[in-house]
Write a protein that binds this ligand. Sequence first.
Ligand SMILES: Cc1cc2nc3c(=O)[nH]c(=O)nc-3n(C[C@H](O)[C@H](O)[C@H](O)COP(=O)(O)OP(=O)(O)OC[C@H]3O[C@@H](n4cnc5c(N)ncnc54)[C@H](O)[C@@H]3O)c2cc1C
Ligand code: FES
Ligand code: FES
Length: 469
Amino acid sequence: MSNSVRFLLNGLTEVAAAAPPDLTVLQWLRTHRRLTGTKEGCAEGDCGACTIVLADACDGGLHWRAANACILMMGQIHGKLMVTVEGLADGALLHPVQTAMVERHASQCGFCTPGFVMSLFAAFRQGAAPETEAIHDTLAGNLCRCTGYRPIVDAARDALSSGGIDRFTPMESAIAAALHAIDSAGPLDCVTPQGRFTAPRTKADLVRELETNPDARLICGGTDLALDVTKRHQRLPHLISLASVRELRRIEVSNSGIIAGATATYADLSPHLATLDPSFAILLRRLGSQQIRSMGAIGGNLANASPIGDMPPALLALGAFVRLESAAGVRELELDDFFVGYRRTVLQKGEFIESVRIPKPARSAMFRVDKISRRFDQDISALCGAIAFSMQDGLIRAPRIAFGGMAATPMRARHAEAALLETQSFERAADALAQDFQPLSDFRASAGYRLHTAQSLFERWRLIAAEAR
Ligand SMILES: Cc1cc2nc3c(=O)[nH]c(=O)nc-3n(C[C@H](O)[C@H](O)[C@H](O)COP(=O)(O)OP(=O)(O)OC[C@H]3O[C@@H](n4cnc5c(N)ncnc54)[C@H](O)[C@@H]3O)c2cc1C
Ligand code: FES
Ligand code: FES
């Protein structure tokens, strides 16, 4: 058992003793450790100024990913390597990413620059190709108000073409060994006067922890939960992390479908969900940024029960099931029965989402999901719609249509489904949608825009279905 948060900071061992459970990595870096290269812009995961890079030991090497320090709790970096902008240069020798940024004049006021550099460093360590589309994806979670993105993209292209060698290259196996040494000290259980952060490693221990501490909050990636601290100024005195429970991270793919453990991140799930339809890959590309997708998980998206979460419409249309576990036992529910009101689910105290089972659509079936938001990159949906049905003798069978952003919960459009089945007409189904939803107006979209745009999706779906026939 480890009672302090232990990790490597820029390659060297670091112990953050008595770190409160809800202390963010950004606060620790800037206030406690006086490493102020990592900036605070928005404190909600949107601007990327706080980007740091994490590496986990896995498969004999290191798995690198960018993350937002502003919405990361200290306990979440236990057993990892954290690299900040201060750790990139090798003495006086700048990192290839930094050199490229200088040579391409990719910085003006410089406030956003450490964040861009760290996102590019993650791509560099991942061996990303210097392709424009991939570079745009890498940078989608970083905002710059003054330089303009063209020189930054040019710098990215240069850095990613520079051979992939840096000061971390010869250190990889030593870093992996040091991380294994931290790991072998046992799970984290950090108790401080301000509260407790505990990270069980098995499902049995998780169930036990939850049974004895039913009021503790679960944390996985923290990309929703951390905003309770940074934006709503709440205290989270007892956090139980799901991220170290190995069983919950599994992804099982079979002929009947995909079982995603609740803590499977978007980054891990994306290649598997993309096999269901290319529109799923586009949805995930547009869900947050790489920083968010490297931490955020499918279980958190469902448990958060946001009416504008992006996974529920697709999963409702696909007829997914959720497996819930607690000391009282196991139950599997249709996702249809999981959401019971605005940000409310059937989850009981002490219960957690164990996994999500996504049936594979039949070969003759159509599945499609469409996200509508103001911006392509890093934007929450104004609405999100999904449809699935099978074809038999040229007729649409068993349609399932679901929307987010149209009601207090993500929901099936039962009237539209019935109209489509009965009339085989997408136009009639679109008309029927007005009986399913009376959406609200808010800063993302007006009620009229939401209904009209959702109805317009039926014409898109009609054309896609006609082409597929
Ligand atoms: C900048 C930014 C952009 C975003 N963009 C999008 C977007 O485009 N689309 C979108 O849908 N979402 C978006 N999100 C929201 C968020 O990233 C997702 O909802 C993510 O899936 C949450 O997962 P997590 O692991 O981070 O959950 P956490 O924040 O760890 O947890 C969220 C909630 O779920 C509970 N919880 C977590 N896992 C479980 C479990 N297994 N069982 C029971 N309860 C659990 C926690 O207690 C907490 O209440 C964005 C967030 C940010 C900060
Ligand atoms: S400060 Fe803006 S993403 Fe963290
Ligand atoms: S250089 Fe000023 S915000 Fe990007």
